[in-house]
Design a protein. Structure first.
Length: 361
């Protein structure tokens, strides 16, 4: 689907270290500002134990998970909205992603310089959010001027746009993100073409010391709650170590630190959910595969994720829920139990649907 989540944050907060671990990439992760200049792009597999459960029944030749694209964007500094640091280049890269993973330094380490000289996660967050908000405010002001000119020429549709833009401007003036104001049905669609930075769903990634229960995390959670965002706590140092291990050693390492899965798995799932996505599956002897579509997608749209011909020639969808597929031992058992369904073009996809699309081109 080309879904992108962008890593942002001040320099030296651990963005590139997390990105390396997340995507098994090997980009520079050095202790100096602007080590990352051009955005690095990597693909991360979305962990999903259901794939193996389905494969255990179907016995396919191949198992293919779904994935999400992550973009490591250069560190930002105060004044970016006026061109400081990498300025407009940084902001343009953020406009191109669908969601933001804002990495926040919640660890103390004298060996890793802080760009402002002291660890203060809320100050760090507000430095970036201020720049994003100022950039959005300028965009909204220009859009308001255009919309007001349109009303003078009798464009009634512009009236609704103006109402939404004024609400967004008020939020931005109050230091809040645009997404706080976009709460009514249709709001987001009216301003979509503006690509507002603070309208993007945001996940705060609290980067803590190895084994540390940082007191900074609580303040980040409190901030996120009032700004319509979510929080995941993770240690970039630990994740960097885990990423270098083979599967057996990884399991032993996680057991030693009292975890059942890498923190990155939690972060990937959180980003996936943040984007309003769901997973459905196709299952056959050739492959068991996970696919991504947006929540609320109807069957033809989901079919189009596999191939555009499936959407254009959609006839019906044969659907079994994941739970029923596993409980009754696959398609034959699900059919015998009355759990196999034939759905039409108005069917809204559910998380975990196992689907076979009928189509005709």
């Amino acid at each position: 689907m080309g879904i992108k989540c962008g890593f942002v944050g001040l320099p030296n907060v651990g963005k590139s270290t997390l990105f390396n671990a997340l995507t098994a990439a090997e980009i520079p992760a050095e202790n100096y500002p602007f080590c990352t200049i051009e955005p690095n792009v990597g693909i991360a597999v979305v962990p999903d134990l259901r794939l193996q459960d389905i494969a255990d029944i179907v016995k396919p030749k191949e198992i293919i998970p779904t994935a999400i694209e992550f973009v490591d964007i250069a560190g930002l500094v105060a004044g970016a909205s006026q061109g400081e640091g990498l300025g407009n280049q940084f902001l343009s890269h953020i406009r191109e992603v669908d969601a933001i993973a804002h990495v926040v330094r919640c660890f103390d380490d004298d060996n890793v310089a802080h760009v402002d000289g002291a660890v203060d996660p809320i100050s760090d967050i507000e430095t970036i959010n201020t720049e994003l908000g100022l950039a959005d405010l300028a965009t909204v002001e220009r859009a308001l001027e255009r919309a007001e000119r349109r009303t003078k020429s009798g464009d009634k549709a512009a009236v609704a746009v103006i109402e939404v833009l004024r609400r967004v401007r008020t939020a931005l003036d109050d230091g809040l993100p645009a997404r706080i104001a976009l709460t009514r049905p249709g709001d987001a669609a009216l301003v979509r073409e503006l690509f507002l930075l603070t309208a993007k769903p945001t996940l705060y990634v609290a980067n803590v010391n190895e084994g540390a229960d940082s007191p900074h995390v609580a303040t980040v959670r409190e901030y996120a709650n009032t700004h319509g965002a979510e929080v995941v706590v993770i240690s970039a140092a630990i994740e960097g170590e885990i990423a270098t291990l083979d599967e057996d050693d990884k399991i032993d390492f996680l057991r030693d630190i009292g975890e059942t899965e890498p923190g990155l798995d939690r972060m990937i799932r959180a980003a996936y959910g943040l984007l309003g996505l769901l997973t459905f599956f196709t299952a056959g002897e050739k492959e068991v595969r996970a696919w991504t579509t947006r929540q609320g997608s109807r069957a033809p749209e989901a079919a189009g994720v596999i191939h555009t011909d499936f959407e254009h020639g959609f006839i019906r969808a044969e659907v079994i829920s994941y739970a029923d597929f596993v409980e009754f031992g696959g398609e034959i058992g699900a059919k015998e139990a009355g759990k196999w369904r034939l759905e039409g073009k108005d069917y809204v996809m559910n998380e975990g649907d196992i689907v076979h699309f009928r189509f005709n081109v």
